[in-house]
Design a protein around this ligand. Structure first.
Ligand code: ZN
Length: 203
């Protein structure tokens, strides 16, 4: 399986990092070794002094697809979850300056803690999902899918032109504003609406 990620999908986050608002989705990938499951702890890697959290909704692909049209894209996922796109911001800045790929800053081991998934049928309106991240019981990021630049279906249509979708693939759909650094002993808790789906400690 693969993990496809969308960068700069919320205008307020693109602005906070002084990135332009994109005209088409910014896409990158993480390897499967990035995943942390079952609320296992995240260990800050030695190569970074500035690991940022980014809370994101995650789609789980349930059907093989290539060149999927936006109209039918909703048939390709029926579960939505939440995860963190951990980013070694110091390393990413250096790579960006040199025009080099981001993989080491975005796809390192443990960079994708993943929570429980909920069925799409339990969500009233996919274009109005609230989600948030609490660190040490304080809300640091809050998002709503109505503020996405590219909808779930638009992302699937775009991505599947380049990468065939396979069953079990994951798509991280971008982070709202409020990203920041994590510290040892922080407790991160991620919610879709009022349901806590992911909770883990930084070590
Ligand atoms: Zn992200």
């Amino acid at each position: 399986m693969k993990i496809i990620c969308v960068g700069r999908n919320y205008a307020d986050h693109a602005k906070e990092l002084k990135n332009p608002v994109p005209k088409e989705p910014v896409i990158f990938m993480k390897p499967d070794s990035a995943i942390i499951r079952n609320n296992q702890p995240f260990f800050i890697p030695k190569f970074s002094q500035n690991i940022h959290y980014e809370v994101e909704l995650v789609l789980k692909i349930k059907k093989i697809g290539k060149n999927v049209s936006e109209k039918y894209a909703n048939k390709y996922y029926d579960h939505i979850g939440i995860g963190i796109d951990f980013t070694a911001r110091d390393l990413q800045s250096k790579l960006k300056e040199k025009g080099l790929p981001w993989e080491k800053a975005k796809g390192f081991d443990g960079s994708a803690p993943l929570g429980k998934f909920i069925s799409k049928t339990n969500i009233k309106d996919l274009t109005n999902i609230n989600f948030h991240l609490d660190i040490n019981k304080e809300t640091v990021q809050k998002g709503n899918t109505k503020n996405m630049l590219f909808s779930f279906d638009a992302i699937i249509a775009h991505v599947s032109q380049y990468f065939a979708l396979k069953i079990g693939d994951l798509i991280f759909t971008g982070t709202p504003a409020g990203v920041g650094s994590v510290n040892i002993n922080d407790q991160l808790e991620c919610y879709i609406e009022d349901e806590k789906l992911l909770s883990f400690r930084v070590k």
